[in-house]
Ligand binder design. Structure first.
Ligand SMILES: *[C@@H]1O[C@H](CO)[C@@H](O)[C@H](O)[C@H]1NC(C)=O
Ligand SMILES: *[C@@H]1O[C@H](CO)[C@@H](O)[C@H](O)[C@H]1NC(C)=O
Length: 204
């Protein structure tokens, strides 16, 4: 939908202020803000009405278009990077079959076993290991953690590694590593507030 709206806005901006007969063509200036409603009476079962809000700034080389009561926002910034950048905020609703859940950044340690103590970048860490096997594919996962306040205190994660081994070819064929930093158990609650106003009623 924003493509349609962005195209529509381009169309509005394309008019030049050249005289037609004895009148000059209306000019909207180089900067403006406007709200509107796009109406597509033949779309869908009962037509589509799409309210939008636009900010346009020719000299700043940028514009912004919001719709669904500002829950969907598109920023077109011509001066960012070499050829401009589009920033989009688009909320998506979960479904009963596929609800939205938080996503962990650290592995679930079920099935991991303590392997050894090891120095990782100057930090004495516990190394936890898990091996899975599916057909000829054997994966080894290792996590380096430290428990700064004793053995039952919350762990701090430093490093994770996955190594894939093909037992038929006797060779390693897959690997990835993650370095963690700045681990903290504190999260400010406003970090989870998405930008924008009344999200709940407008998310499709
Ligand atoms: C606006 O941005 C476009 C895309 O990055 C760039 O080609 C153009 O030179 C810019 N115009 C101005 C006036 O900065
Ligand atoms: C649109 O958002 C504003 C600001 O959050 C809110 O006050 C208003 O009630 C919303 N409009 C509708 C129709 O939900």
């Amino acid at each position: 939908m924003w493509h349609l709206l962005a195209g529509f806005v381009l169309l509005l901006c394309a008019a030049d202020a050249a005289p037609v007969g004895d009148r000059t063509v209306p000019d909207f200036g180089k900067k403006y803000h406007v709200k509107g409603e796009l109406n597509l009476p033949y779309s869908g079962d009962s037509g589509i009405k799409e309210p939008f809000e636009v900010w346009y700034d020719l000299e700043g080389n940028r514009s912004r278009i919001d719709y669904r009561n500002s829950t969907v926002r598109t920023f077109l910034i011509g001066n960012d990077l070499d050829y401009g950048v589009i920033y989009q905020i688009t909320p998506l609703k979960g479904t009963k079959e596929d609800p939205i859940r938080p996503q962990a950044a650290l592995p679930d340690l079920q099935g991991f076993e303590f392997e050894k103590m090891e120095d990782y970048t100057g930090v004495q860490c516990e190394v936890w290991k898990k091996v899975t096997q599916a057909g000829h594919k054997k994966n080894t996962y290792r996590l380096w953690v430290k428990r700064p306040e004793g053995s039952d205190s919350p762990a701090v994660s430093y490093h994770f590694e996955m190594e894939g081994f093909n037992t038929l070819l006797e060779s390693y064929n897959d690997k990835y590593m993650i370095d963690y930093s700045d681990f903290s158990s504190q999260t400010k609650s406003d970090i989870f507030t998405p930008p924008g106003g009344n999200w709940r009623t407008h998310i499709q």
